[in-house]
Design a protein around this ligand. Structure first.
Ligand code: 26Q
Length: 837
């Protein structure tokens, strides 16, 4: 079955529209227009053509009244929209042609668009992939988030150090967004709770003396692939409620209006750029409540326009919480139902517990979100009183279940209480009130059930389920790697674009010499493209015939970029000592942002750059190793980097990476995984076969055992393994920092000396070093056998089917959300021109 566009793209109309836009927006002819102006004009022209489908989709929703999912997320890491929208409209080639006829290059025009970097990393990008799949699979959905003025910071590398630069992504406006002031909501902070008796003598509560802020939504179209279906990402901006009153002499009122102005100015100012340890920042909690409250109010208003019984809200809406960040949806929904619609507690609880579901993305204890009661109750007094009541009832449930059973009830409350030790624990709230709790890879879910959330699993086993993550092949193959996409389509047809399991049909080519050559030639071209990017951005010349060994992801100790660079230092030592040893030329490529306050992570970036400086400039090793740190890793350059990779570094400490999604993007592009048995790597190996991946290191169970019974001694390895000892000593003897030999001592110390309550080498880098080095030797051996390598790489592509976010979304839709697909009838009333037939 070949997908037909329900929506026919009109190239001539597009061309006329671009010319017209350039003229009216900039008073210029096409000849005089800059690339940026042509981008703006083209995006506007594209939007005109999107609007039609968008309106028709929404109209069908109004007619059919289907159940919808609202995906609540603090982050949507969308990247660039223009090229992707063109792809999903099946209009990429005609647009390319149209722009060419107008004298412009589509690639250059695409480069004019800033990334919408409204996210940190995996969790935010997952949300973006999910929206793409939801629309492609015809599921009615809303993404709901925040329109941050400044997204993820831009990273500059100065003198080897990361410097954070503000990301003013809205500087030139956003041509693809739509402001929707008619859906404005008001959100209330602070003040106090009062009670009154309603007509029936029931005690009712309300918040008074609060500061208010207006929430104004902006909608972005989410275009399904070739199906004329358009969902919506709604991001909220804050505006002041009343403009500043100059004539206000009342001191209290004056104070309030200043406060409200400030609140509106600050709430959506910036994305928090940390994804590790959670500090209880007041503004972050405000952001969370702001977008959750606006979204729920808006959903309920819409629901009540066409329904009369709010008690059945859950039949039409399901709210998916992307980690605990939007967990306030639970008490906020309780508040609206009880305080504004006069439902009883039990009636409201029934709706909430049938409409909210929670996804967990982390196993690291320090990343579990908690808020001090003092802050929480001051900012959200009514919400806090509801959480208190949820907690009171839940503790009663624990007693009912465990009293007189011999189980230590105090311990159960210590583990599962929602309010405990002066803090509100968001995950516990989400688990108690949600009807579904899911992990993001099989191993991750299993660890949640047996370790981290074990007591909850014992109480509510029916809530727990796994949804292994996925990625969209539209962006990460069709757009990112057009040559490979075309090759695949030539071989097996284009159904893989909407059903990635078809990739399996490539297996018959794995041993075919001609196909192998074609395949490796495409990889080579992609390496040339990346080499050009590196030369332009880093001024470093790399050889596209070398092995491209890539680790791109957020910088975290548990992701172990340090293991990678220590191994490079070791290889360099080997080469220096034996200049004539067998050695396949390697290019090691890193890309990573570190949270601004994460010292160890930032120092690791400096180390990578210092090692790069020394090795890249050492004539003794004859360019056999190059190390490149790519500045400002983000969605748009990820597409170029991943398409060019031979080796995919997925080397987290086993048990620490919930899933990983980069691993899947590399696999899709024919890179071979070098990794630990962690997160979704486990399932990748299951699909591709262990002979087509390089696996090393401790198992998750071994790591967990070490952690639970405290028995790992990195000093022993330091003392016994001369190679390890040598590289560690080089961290502190000035080899890579002659001007300041102590520069890297904190890294050295983290590996060998316990600090505070932390054990030495918490992430088992030394424990895994030898096994990693051995796996790297296997990589070299395999690469030297070019037929073997081509086969491995092709088998990775052939077995990637499971890792499409289309599969993930089908599982969410069927197993959690209970959604039905909605078809958009093909447009009537306009006969296709003969040329379109
Ligand atoms: C929370 C409170 C305050 C400030 C920041 C945060 C915060 C922000 C982002 C906490 C965590 C995150 C992001 C976490 C994340 O990206 N996790 C990754 O999720 C991916 C998608 O499921 C997985 O593939 C990765 O394994 C996981 O690390």
């Amino acid at each position: 079955m070949v997908k037909r566009p329900q929506f026919t793209f009109d190239k001539d109309l597009f061309k006329r529209s671009v010319e017209y836009n350039v003229r009216t927006m900039y008073r210029r002819t096409m000849k005089e227009a800059t690339d940026q102006q042509v981008f703006q004009a083209s995006a506007m022209a594209l939007k005109d053509q999107i609007i039609d489908c968008w309106m028709r989709t929404q109209k069908v929703f109004d007619e059919k009244d289907p159940k919808q999912v609202v995906y609540l997320s603090m982050e949507f890491l969308m990247g660039r929209a223009f090229g992707n929208d063109a792809i999903n409209l099946m209009a990429y080639e005609p647009i390319k042609q149209a722009l060419k006829e107008l004298g412009f290059k589509l690639n250059a025009i695409e480069d004019q668009e800033p990334d919408a970097a409204l996210g940190n990393g995996g969790l935010g990008r997952l949300a973006a992939c999910f929206l793409d799949s939801l629309a492609t699979l015809n599921y009615p959905a809303y993404g709901a988030g925040i329109r941050y003025q400044y997204g993820m910071f831009k990273q500059e590398i100065r003198d080897g150090y990361q410097v954070e630069v503000p990301d003013n992504w809205l500087e030139n406006g956003n041509p693809l967004e739509l402001r929707r002031p008619e859906y404005t909501q008001e959100v209330h902070f602070g003040g106090y709770v009062t009670s009154y008796l309603d007509r029936n003598g029931r005690t009712m509560y309300k918040q008074e003396g609060y500061s208010a802020v207006k929430a104004v939504p902006y909608d972005l179209p989410i275009i399904g692939y070739g199906n004329g279906f358009v969902d919506t990402l709604r991001i909220w901006d804050a505006e002041p409620v009343v403009s500043f009153k100059l004539d206000s002499f009342d001191r209290g009122e004056y104070q309030k209006s200043v406060e409200q102005e400030n609140l509106a100015r600050t709430i959506c100012n910036v994305l928090y750029p940390c994804d590790d340890h959670i500090q209880g920042k007041e503004l972050r909690l405000k952001q969370q409540y702001f977008f959750v409250s606006a979204t729920l109010q808006c959903a309920i208003q819409k629901y009540m326009k066409t329904h009369d019984d709010i008690r059945k809200l859950h039949e039409k809406y399901v709210f998916q919480l992307n980690d605990t960040h939007p967990t306030l949806a639970i008490p906020e929904l309780m508040r609206i139902l009880m305080d504004e619609y006069a439902l009883t507690w039990d009636e409201a609880w029934n709706v909430v517990t049938k409409s909210c579901a929670y996804t967990n993305h982390t196993i690291m204890a320090e990343a579990l979100e908690k808020w001090p009661i003092e802050l929480f109750s001051r900012l959200l007094p009514r919400i806090y009183s509801i959480v208190e009541e949820i907690n009171r009832r839940f503790e009663r449930e624990i007693h009912n279940r465990y009293d007189n059973t011999g189980v230590d009830v105090g311990h159960k409350i210590y583990k599962m209480g929602i309010i405990y030790d002066g803090q509100v624990r968001m995950a516990n709230l989400a688990i108690v009130a949600g009807f579904s709790v899911n992990g993001v890879a099989e191993l991750h879910t299993a660890i949640l059930m047996t370790e981290e959330l074990r007591d909850f699993y014992e109480m509510f086993p029916e809530k727990f389920n796994n949804k292994t993550n996925g990625i969209t092949q539209r962006r990460f193959l069709l757009h990112a790697n057009p040559n490979l996409a075309k090759w695949v389509t030539d071989k097996i047809g284009d159904e893989w674009i909407t059903d990635l399991s078809h990739m399996k049909e490539l297996e018959i080519y794995a041993d075919d010499t001609k196909a192998q050559k074609e395949f490796m030639n495409i990889k080579y071209k992609n390496k040339v493209r990346l080499a050009k990017y590196i030369l332009e951005h880093n001024g470093i010349e790399v050889d596209p015939r070398s092995i491209f060994d890539v680790q791109v992801k957020r910088l975290h100790e548990y992701k172990r970029q340090l293991l990678n660079i220590l191994h490079i230092m070791y290889l360099y030592n080997q080469l220096k000592a034996n200049p004539n040893m067998e050695f396949k030329k390697r290019t090691f490529i890193f890309g990573a942002k570190a949270a601004a306050g994460y010292k160890t992570a930032k120092l690791t970036i400096k180390l990578i750059n210092s090692v790069a400086d020394v090795i890249n400039n050492d004539p003794d090793i004859d360019d056999k190793i190059k190390v490149v740190f790519i500045e400002n890793y983000r969605v748009s350059n990820a597409e170029i980097i991943i398409a060019a990779a031979d080796v995919s570094e997925q080397i987290s400490t086993a048990s620490k990476e919930a899933s990983g999604t980069g691993n899947m993007k590399f696999m899709l592009n024919g890179a071979v995984t070098l990794g630990t048995m962690d997160g979704a790597n486990v399932e990748i190996v299951e699909e591709v076969g262990e002979e087509n991946a390089f696996i090393f290191g401790l198992s998750s169970q071994e790591v967990i055992n070490y952690e639970n019974y405290g028995g790992y001694d990195p000093k022993k390895i330091f003392n016994e393994d001369q190679n390890v000892r040598q590289v560690l000593v080089q961290l502190v003897d000035g080899t890579y920092s002659p001007e300041d030999p102590d520069l890297f001592r904190p890294l050295y110390d983290s590996l060998l000396n316990r600090h505070g309550t932390d054990r030495a080498d918490r992430y088992f880098i030394l424990a895994d070093f030898e096994s990693y080095a051995a796996a790297q030797r296997e990589v070299e051996k395999a690469y030297n056998d070019s037929k073997r390598w081509a086969k491995m790489a092709m088998l990775n592509v052939a077995n990637v089917g499971k890792f499409s976010s289309d599969r993930t979304i089908e599982q969410y839709a069927q197993e959690i959300w209970g959604l039905e697909k909605v078809m958009i009838p093909a447009r009537r009333g306009r006969k296709p021109k003969k040329t379109e037939a």
